[in-house]
Design a protein around this ligand. Structure first.
Ligand code: CP3
Length: 352
């Protein structure tokens, strides 16, 4: 497969490009009026994920509007626990809620096995339809949550402040938590490999809550399972290398560890110093990030200046994918996103 715009894949594979590729976490989302319209048509967020037609529509919206260099599958990391029987809902303004969170050892040990074309077939249908609709314009990124981050939601039942259930279990019954994480890693391997077989060109593993942990616990309960997943992924499909990106929010203290698990790229949040990261791990892995999403609360002129600061921080040469340091906020003015993408396109060739 070759893409009309291949600078994202080329950067991940360390090939020369004429500019820095740019995409954005949560690029399909509520800041876009056309997303809100499609979501209203779907009725709720899960219906949107479960309709391949509507998921395709919202995946392509930011590509059509801004010209990002990669598309990301429209879905959610919590599709896996939902398929395992935890019954996911999204209530307006409350974020994700599981109607049946894991509360006992028995529930953890008896989690339902999931079939990729059975319970998660709607995700694979969306991947196939998006790939067809993209028509090789840009590559499609597939994704999953890390086992640690999935387990936080599965045990707490929703987003939480301190995540005391999982953090307590980590000390009171580490063997049980390991059994859960290991099982999740196996499902994630199958899930990402199914996405690859259906057409995604790269994968990203989101570890949103790995940053809650001490260094030792991060290695033992989070990174170890991310590494297991990376070891189990299909590396080449249809004669194409399938690169991988890992992203741990608040993971800036463990850059060397993250660079050593076999991912092609490491995503950085905005708290992490990009020039320091490049000096430390930039020869080993591609770096993705890391503009503060709050920059987009300003205006186009300031956005452009801040984009330049990020490009300057990384400096001259390849091996950088421009992104935010985490997902975009719902209330952002799309004009500021346009200013960001335009600035990367116009300013970054000077660095290559
Ligand atoms: O990046 C993209 O555009 C692709 C789609 C995507 C979504 N969620 C859509 C979504 C991706 C990659 C995710 C990943 C995801 N989901 C993560 C990891 C990344 C991160 O943000 O840290 C996590 C932790 C989740 C779980 C989740 N899903 C939460 C906590 C929420 C509620 C937060 C909120 O903003 O309301 C969601 C809902 C969600 N997932 C929305 C979108 C566009 C908003 C739902 C809506 O339209 O109402």
């Amino acid at each position: 497969m070759s893409y009309k715009n291949d600078c994202f894949i080329k950067t991940l594979l360390r090939e020369q490009t004429y500019k820095t590729p740019c995409w954005m976490m949560r690029q399909a989302g509520r800041y876009l009026p056309e997303y809100r319209a499609t979501r209203a048509k779907a009725g709720n967020f899960m219906n949107l994920c479960m309709s391949p037609e509507l998921a395709t529509e919202v995946t392509l919206q930011p590509i059509d509007r801004f010209g990002f260099d990669a598309a990301i599958l429209f879905s959610d990391i919590l599709t896996i626990p939902d398929a395992m029987g935890l019954d996911l809902t999204f209530e307006e303004g409350k974020g994700p809620i599981f109607r049946k969170p894991l509360t006992t050892e028995e529930e953890i040990r008896n989690l339902r096995k999931v079939g990729m074309e059975e319970e998660l077939g709607y995700v694979m249908d969306a991947v196939r339809m998006i790939v067809k609709e993209l028509d090789n314009r840009v590559p499609l990124i597939g994704f999953s949550g890390s086992p640690w981050t999935l387990a936080t939601y599965m045990l707490e039942g929703s987003t939480s402040k301190e995540y005391t259930k999982i953090r307590g279990l980590m000390y009171s019954n580490p063997a049980l938590l390991h059994a859960l994480l290991d099982q999740l890693a196996d499902v994630v391997i199958e899930y990402l490999n199914a996405q690859i077989v259906n057409g995604v060109a790269a994968v990203q593993i989101f570890d949103t809550w790995g940053g809650l942990l001490s260094k030792e616990c991060y290695k033992e309960f989070s990174l170890r399972y991310t590494q297991k997943i990376l070891n189990g992924l299909i590396k080449n499909y249809n004669n194409q290398e399938i690169p991988s990106i890992i992203f741990t929010k608040n993971g800036g203290a463990w850059l060397s560890e993250q660079a050593n698990v076999g991912a092609n790229a490491v995503g950085l949040d905005w708290m992490t110093d990009l020039d320091h990261a490049r000096a430390l791990i930039g020869n080993k892995v591609v770096l993705q990030g890391n503009m503060d999403p709050a920059v987009l609360l300003s205006n186009p002129e300031i956005v452009r200046a801040e984009v330049k600061k990020v490009l300057d921080k990384f400096g001259v040469g390849g091996g950088h994918i421009f992104n935010l340091g985490h997902g975009i906020f719902p209330g952002i003015d799309p004009e500021n996103v346009k200013a960001m993408v335009d600035a990367v396109r116009e300013l970054s060739p000077a660095y290559h």
